[in-house]
Design a protein around this ligand. Structure first.
Ligand code: ADP
Ligand code: MG
Length: 240
């Protein structure tokens, strides 16, 4: 579903991604961890072309992203993204937040978009909040709306960039539960998170980044038992 082959990216003179090789198969959940500034967000943002790669090859759902002929909007339609800070439209109701893209981008009828939205709101456990505004919701509820919004486009891939980092501790679990359900249903997911419990329990693979490189890519049991790289060992000793 996603394949990075010898991908490099620069921000001006800064070499942010170095020789990235990474494959994510359909239905796989890959958790990306690593210190702040190691390039995790950049890696994830390349997948839906919020960032362009400098060289190498990045193929998503069979489409080569660094090809000039590639229709970026078509790729983005198949990828949902959830950010740390929810990024809901503050002046729109929950329902409107979710139906906007399906109506405007996917040409869904208003009725169908509404029905789809209600379905996903129910799935994330907040169908009672359809008419509320984001400011009336807790952080955990807002993040679940953001997930429902991503799902409403029926994506093949969901990307999460520290989805629980801005949440109160007591609402982190409700968001992780929704993500876990998605994973069990077979969604292809790339998740940047510091929640090691989630990584251990839900991930098919854990990727550890340091200074723009993937220095470890292993199944969780192996990674947590005995990370091969010293940097990963040090990181784990700090977060666990
Ligand atoms: P992480 O998500 O692991 O914290 P990022 O991918 O956000 O790392 O950033 C990696 C590095 O790239 C950091 O040093 C950051 O300052 C730098 N960086 C991120 N975005 C930009 C940008 N738009 N322009 C220049 N440098 C950037
Ligand atoms: Mg980041």
């Amino acid at each position: 579903m996603i394949r990075f082959h010898q991908v490099n990216k620069h921000y001006g003179h800064f070499h942010v991604l170095k020789d990235i090789n990474l494959t994510v198969h359909s239905g796989e959940v890959v958790v990306v961890i690593g210190p702040s500034g190691s390039g995790k967000s950049t890696l994830v943002r390349c997948i839906n072309r919020l960032e362009a790669i400098t060289d190498g090859e990045l193929i998503v759902d069979g489409i080569r992203l660094n090809d000039k002929k590639t229709d970026i909007n078509q790729i983005r339609r198949n990828i949902g993204m959830v950010f740390q800070h929810f990024n809901l439209y503050p002046h729109m109701s929950v329902l409107k937040n979710i139906t906007l893209a399906p109506i405007k981008v996917a040409n869904m009828s208003e009725k169908e978009a509404r029905e789809t939205a209600m379905l996903y709101l129910d799935k994330v456990g907040i169908s009672g909040k359809a008419d509320a505004y984001p400011w009336q919701l807790s952080g955990g509820q807002q993040q679940r709306v953001a997930i429902a919004r991503g799902l409403a486009m029926k994506p093949k891939i969901m990307l999460f960039d520290e989805p629980t980092s801005a949440l109160d501790p007591e609402t982190i679990g409700e968001v992780l539960d929704v993500m876990k359900t998605l994973a069990l249903e077979g969604m292809t997911m790339v998740v940047v998170t510091h929640e090691m419990g989630f990584a251990r329990e839900v991930a098919d693979r854990v990727v550890f980044m340091d200074q723009g490189r993937i220095v470890e890519d292993a199944v969780p049991a192996e990674f947590f038992a005995e990370p091969k790289q010293e940097r990963a060992q040090l990181f784990l000793s700090r977060v666990l």
